[in-house]
Design a protein around this ligand. Structure first.
Ligand code: GLU
Length: 445
């Protein structure tokens, strides 16, 4: 590590010592952008790196709601408005017991660069709460969402900050959140993305993150002259992103052999397709069932641990941060895995990423590979502004082109900075450069 990066990281960690995920995300960017700062002394003079890691605004608020027993519950809500150089703050909402400020800051920081890579006019932000919908009744989820919006509504707006979903915040939650926003403001505007198709949502938004990750991985494979046809693929999370990745992988002739959750994974050597795949789609959203329930229903093997021990050609981590640790990466490499594309945000640790690079494993970092979700969110915002709706084919075509554009930009930027084939360098430098240039042009605001 260079002295400059080391000193910078000490500053960042010293300021907020309890935010390891945020430090991890910042560290990766700081390590990549040194050569860019050398090329642009004006970035250093304007202290862009020091400014870019500081959120423009952090909102933390109390969320009190009543559970089904009539007991009062208190959660903590957050919205981190990270950077608005490129457009209104934009990014998802995570509802999970593990949420704390450091998690939302890491996600907001990543989001800023991811959104920049899409080329659409969106700044970066993220929000959420330490509330987990898992195990709660529908009425409890609704009461929580309404309570969360009772505070959030005053901080967001179609030209200010446009939230969306993330882990634990899907179509149901977005409906309740949007409904309460509308009731409080008396305005039907494009303030959320991932909305229902009949009330302002975009076609393909639901599929976008999963499809987009697969489109990106297709581009990765194409650089080695191959495709998904006949490839064995391991997938972890089976939420909105995981399921739609599986759907697209099946369409492309791949064999998806795992899904997983916090308790373990299902191994289906025949491939999760047809009726089984359709059931995965509804597993949580309709049936509120687990991976173990899925294994029992189809008489498949359920094993504790992670799916990365299963031999595969391509691995798509689609669950959560740091789900691929060094030992998981070692196992993937030993088993001959040739490509890893991050569907989730930062699912691979820094050590794992380094190992993939050492072994020439194609690696697509989340801020590039999973940008399809927010890209179609950007298209949803465009459609809302025009009060028009595009067809599935039109949105899917734009998504494909955006993913290819991101891929090519990462590849070109990596080569330009002397690291051919390194998409981590490509994504970080290209995303950073765009935000930094806008910050510079807008002055010291
Ligand atoms: N949570 C998603 C992400 O990580 C989507 C964000 C959005 O659509 O605003 O990119």
């Amino acid at each position: 590590m260079s002295h400059e990066v080391e000193a910078f990281m000490q500053e960042v960690i010293g300021r907020d010592p309890d935010e390891p995920e945020f430090h991890q995300a910042v560290h990766e960017v700081a390590e990549c952008v040194g050569p860019l700062l050398d090329r642009h002394p004006e970035y250093r003079r304007a202290r862009i790196l020091q400014r870019i890691v500081e959120p423009e605004r952090v909102i933390s608020f109390r969320v009190n709601w009543m559970d089904d027993n009539g007991d009062v519950q208190v959660n903590r809500g957050y919205r981190v408005q990270f950077n608005s150089a490129l457009g209104p703050y934009k990014g998802g909402t995570r509802f999970h017991a593990s949420v704390h400020l450091g998690i939302i800051k890491f996600l907001g920081f990543e989001q800023m660069f991811k959104n920049a890579l899409t080329t659409l006019p969106m700044g970066g932000g993220k929000g959420g709460s330490d509330f987990s919908p898992k195990g709660k009744s529908d009425a409890e989820v609704r009461r929580f969402c309404h309570a969360y919006m009772n505070e959030l509504y005053r901080h967001i707006g179609p030209s200010t900050d446009v939230p969306a979903g993330d882990n634990g915040c899907g179509g149901r939650e977005i409906g309740y959140l949007y409904g309460q926003y509308k009731r409080l403001t008396n305005r039907f505007v494009g303030v959320f993305t991932g909305k229902g198709i009949d009330w302002g949502g975009s076609l393909i938004r639901r599929e976008a993150a999963g499809y987009g990750t697969v489109y990106f991985a297709q581009e990765l494979l194409a650089t080695r002259g191959t495709s998904f046809e006949g490839k064995t693929v391991t997938v972890s999370g089976f939420g909105n992103l995981g399921y739609h990745a599986i759907e697209k992988l099946n369409e492309l002739g791949a064999r998806v052999v795992t899904i997983a959750d916090e308790d373990g994974f299902v191994h289906d050597p025949d491939g999760i397709r047809g009726e089984k795949a359709a059931f995965v789609r509804d597993l949580w959203t309709v049936h509120r069932m687990s991976a173990r329930d899925f294994a029992e229903r189809y008489d498949l093997r359920f094993r504790p641990g992670k799916p990365w021990q299963v031999k595969c050609d391509v691995a798509l981590p689609t669950a959560t941060e740091n789900e691929i640790q060094l030992e998981d990466a070692q196992q993937l490499v030993e088993n001959g895995c040739m490509c890893v594309a991050e569907g989730a945000n930062m699912p691979c640790t820094r050590d794992a990423v380094r190992l993939f690079a050492e072994h020439n494993v194609l690696f697509g970092p989340g801020k590039a590979a999973n940008a399809g979700g927010v890209a179609v969110s950007g298209l949803e915002m465009s459609q809302n502004s025009m009060r028009l709706k595009w067809s599935r084919a039109e949105v899917d075509d734009r998504l494909r082109r955006i993913m290819k554009g991101i891929h090519d930009l990462c590849l070109e930027t990596a080569a330009d900075f002397g690291k051919p084939g390194n998409y981590v360098v490509g994504a970080n430098v290209a995303g950073f450069r765009k935000v930094a240039t806008a910050m510079l042009e807008q002055g010291l605001v």
